[in-house]
Design a protein around this ligand. Structure first.
Ligand SMILES: [Fe+2]
Length: 238
């Protein structure tokens, strides 16, 4: 049983220096979800959905998303997923923000923490640096995703997205923010539909995790372990 009654944060809110960095501009928003919070986690930890859901904004080649070089690591209650997609076509949002040619090299890093997820994605022109160089240039998107359970089947979702300006395309950053809002509207539509299907079909539905769900599965285990610890503590105090 999820207990949110009287829940208080046990951690400080994460610092987001990109919000104050003059090289970046950020937008933000909030949603109320008619879906469990962990479906939002699952969505954010499996970015292969970009190639199928976000065709007008941050998509890219679906096959390359599914076959991206991926590394999943866990430390304590945190999970990190790094995905590399070299030589991939830049999606519409990237092309609106940066003068990419036919291909770009994409880097995606998802950090799951209990209170939030941080998703940082970059793209550079091929040959303009190494994808594993943390000082890589190019186009950056720095996303914050705060997901708060409301009930077992509803959640609050707070987000911000900071992107850097290309010196020759400074105004297009507003387009990036608008397209980010559109992108997150699409996620809400898909996730709430997923939840409705789960309610409708219940045990008849088969839940199948595939390789791109590795990060989501690890995060799920963290939450299950902590809920179990909480249950034992409550039993011990009863
Ligand atoms: Fe999405």
């Amino acid at each position: 049983m999820l207990s949110t009654e009287g829940a208080a944060p046990t951690k400080e809110a994460p610092a987001y220096p990109h919000h104050d960095d003059p090289r970046y501009k950020f937008g933000s928003g909030a949603y109320h979800y008619d879906a469990p919070y962990q479906l939002i986690h699952d969505n954010l930890l499996n970015l292969s959905h970009l190639g199928y859901v976000h065709l007008k904004t941050i998509c890219g080649n679906a096959r390359q998303h599914m076959n991206a070089q991926m590394k999943v690591t866990a430390e304590g209650d945190c999970v990190k997923v790094v995905r590399l997609m070299p030589g991939t076509p830049p999606p519409p949002t990237y092309k609106a923000a940066w003068p990419f040619g036919e291909t770009c090299d994409r880097w995606q890093e998802i950090k799951f923490d209990l209170t939030h997820l941080r998703i940082w994605t970059d793209a550079i022109e091929p040959g303009h640096g190494a994808l594993d160089d943390s000082n890589r240039g190019g186009f950056h998107m720095r996303g914050f995703h705060g997901i708060t359970p409301e009930t077992e089947t509803t959640a609050h979702y707070f987000w911000s997205m900071a992107s850097n300006r290309h010196p020759d395309m400074p105004e297009t950053i507003d387009t990036v923010i608008e397209q980010t809002k559109f992108t997150f509207d699409e996620d809400k539509t898909v996730i709430e539909a997923q939840h409705r299907n789960m309610v409708q079909f219940g045990q008849q539905a088969t839940w199948l995790d595939i390789h791109v769900d590795a990060g989501a599965v690890r995060a799920c285990r963290v939450i299950a372990r902590l809920l179990e610890q909480q249950r034992h503590q409550e039993l011990a105090q009863a």
